[in-house]
Design a protein around this ligand. Structure first.
Ligand SMILES: Nc1ncnc2c1ncn2[C@@H]1O[C@H](COP(=O)(O)OP(=O)(O)OP(=O)(O)O)[C@@H](O)[C@H]1O
Ligand SMILES: [Mg+2]
Length: 251
């Protein structure tokens, strides 16, 4: 099982620093950590920095010996489609990234299982360019999962999905993380999803870390006021679980 910690992490685009000094405790594999914060706060930049797509100071610590970039997989927010490929080909291509071109029956079986798990097996031989936005997002998730990373960075993976698919994907990811020992960091705008599916939460605001820790401790009315500029309540729902209710924006 992998464990991950971020120490003094920052990121720059050219000479422009957009993220600085992100520090976390050790995040043990087997669970999901939410990364939340307003638009342009630096969530995607944090993921790019962790996966090596952006440069900057600080260190990404992994518990076991680093086995190359395959260990960390970044699923981007904008899932630009290569319209020439079918769904099946695109997932096969993702599985082959960083390895040879031979394809075993076992690998083809894994692709079938992954498409089935996400209920997109019917789309296997459709062209990526013919899919709906939500269908494309599910294919991106399949492409990330087929690589079996130890650290999976998912940038708003449910933003294009309907209610059924949102909770299905998040429950599936949580169960998969627990089963495989993978560490999943997941950027989310729906804070109720963070409360329901993520043990820990990192808050990014204005290019810095505003808070981090157990989700129930981090998502508070004070944090929502300061970071999101909304007046909100964090209350227990009829099942006794914490839920965010937003009353109004603060201008
Ligand atoms: N390639 C780039 N070059 C220069 N600046 C960039 C680049 N990508 C992002 N930025 C800037 O860096 C800042 C952080 O952007 P980032 O994409 O990390 O935000 P975010 O928290 O993911 O926002 P959102 O919730 O809208 O996805 C923003 O001010 C953005 O304009
Ligand atoms: Mg983003």
């Amino acid at each position: 099982m992998v464990a991950l910690a971020l120490k003094g992490l920052g990121a720059k685009y050219g000479r422009h620093t957009v993220l600085s000094d992100v520090n976390t405790d050790i995040m043990a594999g087997g669970g999901m950590t939410a990364v939340i914060g307003p638009n342009a706060a630096g969530k995607s930049t944090l993921f790019k920095r962790i996966s090596g797509l952006a440069s900057g100071p600080g260190t990404v610590l992994l518990s076991d010996t680093l086995r190359g970039q395959e260990t960390i997989c970044y699923m981007p927010q904008d899932t630009g489609a290569n319209a020439v490929l079918t769904v099946y080909e695109s997932v096969l291509l993702a599985s082959k990234q960083g390895s040879g071109w031979r394809v075993s029956d076992g690998e083809l079986n894994e692709i079938d299982q992954t498409l089935k798990a996400l209920r997109i097996e019917d789309l296997a031989f459709r062209g990526l360019g013919e899919l709906s936005g939500g269908q494309r997002q599910l294919v991106s998730i399949a492409q990330a999962l087929i690589r079996k990373p130890e650290v999976l960075l998912m940038d708003e993976p449910t933003s294009a999905l309907d209610l059924f698919r949102q909770i299905e994907v998040l429950s599936f990811m949580k169960a998969l993380a627990a089963k495989s020992g993978m560490s999943v960091l997941i950027a989310l705008h729906d804070l109720n999803h963070a409360l329901r599916y993520c043990e820990n939460t990192i808050v990014i605001a204005d290019g810095a870390m505003a808070a981090s820790g157990p989700t129930n401790d981090v998502i508070t009315a004070d944090m929502l006021r300061e970071v999101y500029r909304v007046e909100a309540r964090v209350e227990a729902c009829s099942l006794g679980k914490a839920i965010v209710i937003v009353d109004h924006s603060i201008v």
